[in-house]
Ligand binder design. Structure first.
Ligand code: SAM
Length: 322
């Protein structure tokens, strides 16, 4: 779930969270790295500690819990978990989606950051052989490692709003072991990631998602389906990881650098944005004759703005400097 303020910059550039050290699971030893089926590294609960009784939703962790059985069912139907597959759930929270996942999948790997929710999740699902709980920040989690012995998994998540785009980028980075993601995001974010060339909503993330995933917008979710009630609507989207990127460039990291530089200042033309690209990229562009020559070679009009460029055009600019 996400609301206003859900920015691609929602995290520090070094990818670390803004959590205080005492809240940061990386400072604890609770993160479970045992192979499936399940965790037992957590202390037993006393009834008085039960998080279902004491847990207060944290705004900072984007905790707007699903509270609508019909929406939960629609998400599960969209995912349609199979009894022979591994499902990763990011941010299980109080387990709204987890219950049906545990029932229907071969293995569920749930990654929860909030240590205050861990005991409640274990209390509810810990006895299921196919449930593994990882207390960690999804932004630094190695998904491909956590799903072992499985080689591939699908992802489902009602993402915390403030870092949803950062988590999405992390998932795309780790796409080698992911085949599909059913994600609930702030509606504006879904509009951005599904925006075609020419739309004012198009941005860096739209191009990156298009390069690596086929997207299908599934349905919108009203604020009243969550507790606490957020201020904005959400949308559920299906992202199918492409077996190969939609465009072929030799250097995919360079493609991402070019797109990022192109969108640096939305009101500027692509020419001016490439001229003021970060030093390393500028050097490369100069080596190939400068930004105008590169754009001419790529057959992209110098006066265009980044949001009008198609993925193929971004790829042609990249190919011109590879
Ligand atoms: N899945 C539950 C539901 O639908 O009711 C909870 C969704 S709530 C919008 C987001 C969940 O993500 C919360 O449980 C929150 O603690 C967790 N979370 C927040 N930041 C996280 C992070 N960096 N890594 C993993 N989980 C995180």
């Amino acid at each position: 779930m996400r609301r206003r303020g859900d920015e691609e910059t929602g995290r520090r550039r070094d990818g670390k969270s803004r959590q205080k050290p005492e809240d940061d699971p990386r400072h604890s030893h609770a993160s479970n790295r045992a192979a499936l089926p399940r965790v037992s590294a957590f202390p037993r609960l006393h009834i008085s500690e039960s998080p279902t009784l004491t847990h207060r939703p944290s705004k900072r962790l984007g905790q707007n819990f699903l509270n609508d059985g019909r929406i939960i069912d629609r998400i599960i139907q969209a995912l349609d978990p199979r009894s022979d597959e591994t499902i990763i759930e990011i941010g299980p929270g109080r387990g709204a989606l987890t219950a049906q996942l545990v029932e229907n999948s071969a293995a569920v790997v749930a990654i929860e950051f909030d240590r205050n929710l861990i005991a409640g999740l274990l209390e509810r699902f810990g006895s299921n052989e196919n449930f593994k709980l990882v207390q960690n920040d999804a932004l630094v989690t190695d998904f491909c490692f956590e799903i072992k012995p499985a080689a591939q998994a699908r992802v489902v998540a009602n993402l915390p709003y403030n870092i949803s785009t950062a988590i999405l980028q992390r998932l795309i980075q780790q796409r080698s072991c992911l085949t599909e993601m059913i994600l609930m995001l702030q509606r504006e974010v879904v509009e951005r990631i599904t925006a075609p060339a020419g739309s004012t909503d198009r941005g860096y993330l739209s191009v990156v998602v298009e390069a690596y995933c086929e997207t299908e917008r599934l349905f919108d979710v009203a604020p009243g389906s969550f507790r606490p009630i957020p201020k904005v609507w959400s949308s559920v989207v299906r992202l199918k990881v492409r077996p190969r990127p939609a465009v072929s460039v030799k250097d995919e990291a360079l493609l991402l650098q070019v797109v990022s530089a192109g969108f640096a200042q939305r009101r500027k033309t692509i020419l001016n944005n490439l001229r003021s690209a970060p030093t390393e990229l500028q050097e490369l562009i100069k080596l190939h004759g400068g930004a105008s020559i590169v754009l001419c070679q790529a057959e992209v009009d110098l006066r265009r703005r980044a949001e009008t460029l198609t993925l193929e055009e971004w790829a042609r600019i990249t190919q011109a400097i590879e």
